[in-house]
Write a protein that binds this ligand. Sequence first.
Ligand code: UD1
Ligand code: CA
Length: 448
Amino acid sequence: MTQRTCLSIILAAGDGTRMKSNRSKVLHEIAGLAMAAHVARATRQSGSAATALVVGRDADAVRAAVSPFAPDAETFEQTERLGTAHAVLAARGAIARGHDDILVVFGDTPLIDAADLAGARARLAKGAHVVVMGFHTDDPAGYGRLIVEDGKLVAIREDRDASDTEKAITFCNGGLMAIAGAHALDLLDAVGNDNAKGEYYLTDIVGIARQRGLNAVATEVPFESVLGINNRAELAEAEAIWQRRCRQRMMLEGVTLLDPETVHFSWDTEIAPDTVVEPDVFFGPGVTVTGPARIRAFSHLEGATVAAGAEVGPFARLRPGADLREKAKVGNFCEVKKAVIDTGAKVNHLTYIGDALVGAGANIGAGTITCNYDGYAKHLTTIGPGAFIGSNSALVAPITIGEGAYVASGSVLTDDVPGDAVAFARARQVNKPGMATRLRERFLKARK
Ligand code: UD1
Ligand code: CA
């Protein structure tokens, strides 16, 4: 069986005024990824290879946001906002190229599931010409109602145009549709705007299809999957749903979350089974835990890799490029950026390691700082395997500390240290016997 081709049309031309934002609504993020990108990702995962973006503003930014998932997306501008059918027809050039399936999705519906889209496409493959993704709700006000007669979808009635009987229907249009490519332009061109809003409704193609003897069907998807975002409160609601789904998936895949509600994931977080994540941990974009590790409470990770047996936190910050190898430890109030912490190395207390290579088994004492930045450029610190850096040392980069070397506490190092050497870079201690007593006497006298 040859694969059916599919064009996904992402509608994103709404002004999104209720977001009260300078940016297009669909650029706002869920789990660190723009809503439009979530939608593009779902369409790709459903097997759709071509993408058309219908935008009203920020065209370049929207295209850039979806490009990781739809690098060849075509952009179409809808200058006047005359309704959803009109918006779809803005992509006429792409539709006319001829695809087996057309998916119409909304850019502000970030929770849409690839499986639901694939399900709709499967109905097209079985002979349906229009597939509508519906949901059930006790509060249908505002949605298009799905008019089903004898098990067949005959029409969609928009809220403003619905009779009282129709308004009582609780089976609603989620807004997203799959259309047989061969009929798409014919159906869309037949849509008029003689309705309460004076808009060209995409939903009218259901009734038109019926008149032409074509087959329209409704599938049911969870309400959450078609949740449309109009303001920041709904954005937060969608974020919460996304996070809940992600935690559930992580736990079912073998990750222990001690207090799931308090852990925040990014859209791309990957965590190996048997990892334990303690409460109040934030995963920003680009984190991969490659083997069972422990992420302790109140840690913040972003762009980091953590290997098996490693321990992070409590209260640790891993920034982009942090690469913790097997059994490495980064403890409380430590920050690691663009640095390898090799096997078994320990960075346990109040330390900054940036632009560095920390060798296997090295021990970095409390309060150690890599001075990696001179105000103009970043410089590298290399610490050899098994080296010991005494507490409260400043390593002024570029600098290399050799294998097995020992750095005395409180050193400010500006020169390389050879392997197995001990480096002192601090003033020598001087004790003056009895001087404290003499000092006290002098101070007392002065007060009289
Ligand atoms: C639409 C459906 C309704 C469904 C509801 C689900 C139609 C006519 N109605 O109504 O049946 O229950 O979604 O949420 O389709 N857009 C454009 N250009 C336009 C108009 C809209 O790009 O000219 C985009 C919007 O940015 C939005 C999407 O299309 O992402 C939906 O438009 P909206 O006006 O919100 O439709 P609803 O009235 O919610
Ligand atoms: Ca809407």
